[in-house]
Design a protein around this ligand. Sequence first.
Ligand code: NAP
Ligand code: ZN
Length: 349
Amino acid sequence: MTQIRGYAALAAKAPLVPFLFERRAPGADDVALDILYCGVCHSDLHQVRDEWGKSSFPMVPGHEIVGRVTAVGAKVRGFSPGDHVGVGCMVDSCGTCPSCGEGLEQYCDHGFVPTYNGVDRDGHPTHGGYSTQLVVDQRFVLRVSEQLDPAASAPLLCAGITTYSPLRHWRVGRGHTVGVVGLGGLGHMAIKFAHAFGARVVLFTTSQGKSADAQRLGADEVVISKDREAMKKQAKRFDFILDTVAAPHDINTLLNLLKRDGTLTLVGVPETPHPSPAVGSLIFGRRQLAGTLIGGIRETQEMLDFCAERGIVCDIELIPAQRINDAYERMLNSDVKYRFVIDIASLRS
Ligand code: NAP
Ligand code: ZN
């Protein structure tokens, strides 16, 4: 067991505080790493506030991890001390069910083990990346190019893959008009990827002040979603819409923007459900309403390699761990430009 410094919530909605805890000694299949940077996902906030009803405390959040390998177990192949690596939302899965067999560990029939707020194989709670070190099975370690800024690449491990995966699954590309709803951590990466895949991208935002940034990120058009007239003008224009909003809202308005056979995919997981959409919004136009969860390990590596090739990273605000509670407050106010990342050096000093 190694003693680790981290930041934890000791109870639901409590501010995060410095926290000492232990991790297992690396086993034969494990990779040990020094964490360098960890992104701050809205899912951290939902779970710290127990908005999904499954939180256990103390909780060390963080599933957008970039670090440097310090040691590897005897059976580890392909990773060596010094390697620049990433860990996302999962640290284990059964490895044998059909989904795991297809590289879709996030849909493991037995449930994947989340990087934090879960229970590890050894029965201990899992603790995430708001901490100095991590020990993780080699199957869940990703390679992150040293060409990419390490702090700005950390959020690729969740915000990146969660938006890359649906855009690939629904084959978004040239000739398509794509809507992105919400400009936060996920939304800003959805714009970058949809633009990189050649689609025409329209951002739907509740924030007046994000237009110029959205255009810089790759949006061709920005629509204020509270403006009913502006929304009406967008009717039946979209092949695909990705909804990243972290709060409940009307889905009908978005479904009505889809062309015939278009798809609205939800990735936001609000505390309470969206109002159920009208059947008519779906059947008049054979439209589809879907949801998707992060992405598998193989696809996460593909996304990281794509980002390395294209020089794509996240737009971040780097903070010391001591400022995490302020960052959460700002995220609650949709005031994030566009991902907070914790500099883990702040936990070592
Ligand atoms: P975020 O950075 O906080 O961004 C959310 C954005 O939603 C805001 O910036 C805001 O954009 C918009 N929004 C509009 N009304 C809002 C409200 N009342 N409260 C909060 N946001 C509002 O969040 P994120 O990290 O991108 O995560 C977004 C959601 O995806 C969360 O629910 C998170 O748990 C979920 N998530 C899902 C997956 C998955 O696998 N499905 C993975 C990661 C995260 P505008 O200002 O532009 O309106
Ligand atoms: Zn996340």
